[in-house]
Ligand binder design. Structure first.
Ligand SMILES: Cc1ncc(C[n+]2csc(CCOP(=O)(O)OP(=O)(O)O)c2C)c(N)n1
Ligand SMILES: [Mg+2]
Length: 588
C-alpha cells in the first residue's frame, strides 16, 4: 500500500526524534489522526482538554528536555485555541512546532465553515516560519524546516496542512528545476566570543570591587561555571525567575530572586554593586538593576538580539553561557578582598531569617508563605516544580529552596495564567520516574487547571512513579491583581472583578479517582505535604489561605506606599485585615 502524506509526516517526526504529540482532534486533522493510529509504536498522542493546554505542554516539554515540543490542533477553533500557549513558548524562547489542519484547498477563499486565515493568524507567533502546504511534495521540507528553524531560532514554527492533502499519496520531489530537497538533523553549534572580546570582558570584571551576577534561563546548564566565576570574583548571584534552578538556594552568596517578586539581598546587591555580570537573562525590570552609569556591565547571551537592552553594557558577549564563562575563567583574577562577598552573605543569612519569620506569622487561616516554606525541606530529590502566575509566583520565587538536580519553570515572558498544571503533566510524561509539583492559584485552577485534572485522571497510571502534587492556594481571590490594584493603582479592591467563588478542588480530585486533601490549619501543613508527596497517585493539595497577606516587593517605594495607603483609606473592603497582616509582615 502506498503511504499517504500523514503517514509520511508521522514517520518523519519520529525520525526527527519526536516521541510525543500533545493535541486535540477535529475533522481538519483526521488524516493525521489516522496515521497516528496506524503508527502507535512511533508517536504517543496525548489528548488534552483544550488546545491551549497542548501548546503549554509542548512548551514545557521543550523547557524540561531541551527537545522540540510538538502540538497538534484542528482547523479554525482548534488552531485559535493554541495561540496563548504558543506565545508562552515564543516569549520564553522555546522550540515548539505546531501542526494544524485546514479546510480542503478547493474550499479556501469560499467563506467555508471553520475557514480561518491561518497563515495570518500564526504570522506573529510563528513569524520565523509559518507555511501552508499546497501540494504533497512540500511536506518533507515544511517539516524539516519547521523542526530546524524552531531549534536554530529557539522559537515557534507552524505548519498548516489542508485536510485533503493529508490523505493524498506522499511524494518525493522530482529532480527538476523548482523543487526542494531537504534533509534532517540539527546540532547546536559551539558559540564562543572572540578572544579579544573575552579579554575586554575580563578587564571590566577584574577592575570591579563589588561584582553582582544575574543569571537566567540561559544559565541553567552552566551551574558549575557560574559558581566558579562567582568564587573568583567574590560576587553574589541573583536569579531571574526562569533561572531559578541555575544555582541552589542554600549557597550563602546566592541572593535569590530579583524584581517585584524578588528578595531584599538581590535588591541591595544591585543598588550597591560597581560591576554587573548578566548571564542568559532578559529580566525586564530595569529599575531593579543598577542605575545607569553606576556600574560597569558585561552581558552574555546566546542571542544577539537579546543583548544590551536592559542596561547599557560595556561588553556584550554573544555565546553559549557555559562555554563563554569557561573561556573567561582563565582570564579572571581571584579577588582577595572578600568584604563585598562577606556583606552579601550576611544579608542573605538575615534574609532567610526574615522569610522564616514572615512565613510563621499567623494569618487567617493559613499564611500562604508558610505553605512554600514548609515545602522546601520536603522537596524530593530531582523533583520538577511548576508554578502559575499569581501570588504563588512570589512565594515560589522567594521561599522555595531549590537544590541541584531539580528543575523548575513557569511562564516568564508572557506571565500568563494557566500553565502550572499542563507544565506538570508534560513533566510527568517526559520524566515519569520523577516527582512533579505544580503550585497554582484558585483562579488558574478555575481557568483551566480543574479541567486538566481530568487529563491527569486519564493518564497517571502510565507513569512509573505516580506522584504529582497540584497545590492549590485557595484564597477565593485573584490575589496578585488585587494587590496590584492596591499598591500600584492606589485603588481599593474591586470585588466584582477580584472575588472568586469557592470550589471543592480536593473533593473534585477525589471524585475523579485522584487523591485530594483540603487543609485549613497551619499545623496541618507539614503532614499534608508529607502525605501528598508520598501518595500512591496524583494528589490535589488544597490549602485555604489568607488573601490579606501582601506579596510585598522587596522594598516598597514611597509612591507605592502612598498608593497603598490611599487604597485602604478609600475603603478597601478588606482594609482592617490588611493593615493587620501587612504590619505583621513588615515587622516580622
Ligand atoms: C490569561 C491571563 N489573564 C489574566 C492575567 C492577569 N493576572 C495575573 S495574576 C492574576 C490572578 C491570579 O489569581 P489566582 O490564580 O487565584 O492566584 P492568586 O494571585 O490569587 O494566588 C491575574 C488575573 C494573566 N496573567 N493571564
Ligand atoms: Mg487566588
Amino acid at each position: 500500500m502506498s503511504k499517504n502524506v500523514s503517514d509520511f509526516l508521522v514517520e518523519r517526526l519520529y525520525e526527527w526524534g519526536v516521541k510525543r504529540i500533545f493535541g486535540y482532534p477535529g475533522d481538519g486533522i483526521n488524516g493525521i489522526m489516522g496515521a497516528l493510529n496506524r503508527n502507535p509504536d512511533k508517536l504517543e498522542f496525548i489528548q488534552v482538554r483544550h488546545e491551549e493546554m497542548a501548546a503549554f505542554m509542548a512548551c514545557a516539554h521543550a523547557k524540561f528536555t531541551g527537545e522540540v515540543g510538538v502540538c497538534l490542533a484542528t482547523s479554525g477553533p482548534g488552531a485559535i485555541h493554541l495561540l496563548n500557549g504558543l506565545y508562552d513558548a515564543k516569549l520564553d524562547h522555546q522550540p515548539v512546532v505546531a501542526i494544524v489542519g485546514q479546510q480542503k484547498r478547493a474550499a479556501l477563499g469560499g467563506n467555508y465553515q471553520q475557514e480561518v486565515d491561518l497563515v495570518s493568524l500564526f504570522k506573529d507567533v510563528a513569524h520565523e516560519y509559518v507555511q501552508m502546504a499546497s501540494t504533497p511534495a512540500q511536506m518533507r521540507h515544511l517539516l524539516d524546516r519547521a523542526m530546524r528553524i524552531a531549534q536554530s531560532e529557539r522559537t515557534v514554527c507552524c505548519i498548516i496542512i489542508p485536510n485533503d492533502i493529508q490523505e493524498m499519496e506522499a511524494q518525493t520531489p522530482s529532480h527538476e528545476h523548482g523543487t526542494i530537497h531537504s534533509g534532517m538533523g540539527f546540532q547546536a553549534p559551539r558559540t564562543v566570543p572572540h578572544s579579544e572580546d573575552l579579554q575586554r570582558a575580563a578587564d571590566v570584571l577584574n577592575a570591579g570591587d563589588k561584582v553582582a551576577m544575574l543569571v537566567g534561563a540561559g544559565a541553567l546548564h552552566a551551574t558549575a561555571e557560574i559558581l566558579e566565576i562567582a568564587e573568583l570574583l567574590g560576587a553574589g548571584i541573583a536569579k531571574a525567575l526562569l533561572g531559578k534552578a541555575a544555582v541552589a538556594d542554600d549557597i550563602p552568596y546566592v541572593t535569590g530572586s530579583i524584581g517585584l517578586l524578588g528578595t531584599k539581598p538581590s535588591y541591595d546587591m544591585m543598588m550597591n554593586c560597581d560591576t554587573l555580570l548578566m548571564v542568559g537573562s532578559s529580566f525586564p525590570y530595569s529599575e531593579f538593576l543598577p542605575e545607569e552609569g553606576h556600574a560597569r556591565g558585561v552581558q552574555i547571551d546566546i542571542n544577539g538580539r537579546m543583548i544590551g537592552i536592559r542596561y547599557p553594557m560595556e561588553v556584550n558577549l554573544i555565546g553559549d553561557s557555559a562555554q563563554t564563562l569557561r573561556s573567561l575563567i582563565p582570564l579572571l583574577h581571584k579577588k582577595e578582598d572578600r568584604r563585598w562577598r562577606h556583606r552579601i552573605e550576611t544579608q542573605v543569612a538575615e534574609w532567610w531569617e526574615t522569610l522564616e519569620a514572615r512565613a510563621m506569622t499567623p494569618a487567617h487561616p493559613i499564611n500562604p508563605q508558610r505553605v512554600f516554606w514548609e515545602l522546601s525541606p520536603r522537596l524530593p530529590d530531582n523533583c520538577i516544580i511548576t508554578c502559575d502566575s499569581g501570588s504563588a509566583a512570589n512565594w515560589y520565587a522567594r521561599d522555595v529552596k531549590i537544590r541541584p538536580g531539580m528543575m523548575a519553570s513557569l511562564s516568564g515572558g508572557l506571565a500568563t495564567m494557566g500553565p502550572g498544571v499542563p507544565y506538570a503533566i508534560a513533566a510527568k510524561f517526559a520524566y515519569p520516574e520523577r516527582v512533579a509539583i505544580a503550585l497554582v492559584g484558585d483562579g488558574a485552577m478555575q481557568m483551566n487547571g480543574i479541567n486538566e485534572l481530568i487529563t491527569i485522571g486519564k493518564y497517571w497510571q502510565r507513569w512509573s512513579d505516580p506522584r504529582l502534587v497540584i497545590m492549590v492556594l485557595n484564597n477565593r481571590d485573584l490575589n496578585q491583581v488585587t494587590w496590584e490594584q492596591r499598591a500600584i493603582e492606589g485603588d481599593p479592591k474591586f470585588e466584582a472583578s477580584q472575588d472568586l467563588p469557592d470550589f471543592p478542588y480536593a473533593q473534585f480530585a477525589e471524585l475523579i479517582g485522584l487523591g485530594g486533601f483540603r487543609i485549613d490549619q497551619p499545623e496541618q501543613l507539614g503532614n499534608a505535604w508529607d502525605r501528598a508527596l508520598s501518595a500512591d497517585r496524583p494528589v490535589v493539595l488544597e490549602i485555604y489561605t489568607d488573601p490579606d497577606v501582601p506579596p510585598l516587593p522587596p522594598h516598597i517605594t514611597f509612591a507605592q506606599a502612598r498608593a497603598y495607603a490611599s487604597a485602604i483609606l478609600q475603603g478597601d473592603p478588606d482594609s482592617a485585615a490588611i493593615i493587620k497582616a501587612s504590619f505583621k509582615q513588615l515587622f516580622a
